[in-house]
Design a protein around this ligand. Sequence first.
Ligand code: R5P
Length: 290
Amino acid sequence: MKIVPGPASKQLGEKVAELSGVEAVPLVFKNHPDGESYVRIEGTVKNEEVAIVQSTSPPQDTRLMQLALIVDAAKRHGAKKITAVVPYLTYARQDRVFLHGEAVSIEVVARILKAAGVDNLITVNVHQQKVLTKFPFPAKTISAIPSLAEYFKQKGFRKAFALAPDKGALWLVEEAKKVLGGECGYIEKHRDRYTGQITMEKRPFDVKDKTVIIFDDVVSTGGTVALAAKNMKEAGAGTVYAACVHPLLIGDAEKRILKAGVEEIVGTDSVQSHVSKVSLAPLISKELMR
Ligand code: R5P
């Protein structure tokens, strides 16, 4: 197998190659003066199984196009099987029609990748696992929650309360609980489909003076984690932390979360950021070598 680290995940891809003991094939990428993406694989991929590591975090459309171009380039130059390793899979939250007239974005992404030549896909904590069953090739999601929980365990937060900021994230905190050994629970979140405004129902948790870690798959505007943190502070929590797999941190998200009383935000290198304190490389390497 050879690994091609895409421009969005250069460091992560190189780390995966190193851990897996395989060659990282260099890639030339640039933008044409009009903004179009250009890629060229330097080195040979002929008759090789190739894993392309490329997150599709912002700018999503560009990252997605780069991925499709790399896949095409690898296929065109003789790769015999292509695995797209897409730690953050964009458009996954629009996984059904919520309001009349909408597209199902994730299904469009799947069709684009199929058309480019992807044979199978590995992603990390996709928003809803069941969307992958609709992909026109085998697609699998792996979870980084145990690794994030391990980070906190190493910091000495054994038995911390793991909070999911909505019911859909309950399984995430159940995974975290197995590592941390404390309690877990969720707050019910509602999002207005037209305004995007979120509200949360208060639940009677006993978190007085306890350390609370909020786990979510994605932090985008920070609204969800900030509101959950405020709730926990009002319930008397001691220290509140935030852990997420995909730290998109759009605009002033980080400031907003810290202002709500969160002590530290911890993310993975699915999206390269200064909060990416947990690397996905060991998980991805293990999955590829399986
Ligand atoms: C939604 O259900 C996701 O799990 C996240 O909670 C959400 O995408 C976070 O978005 P934001 O940071 O903008 O509140």
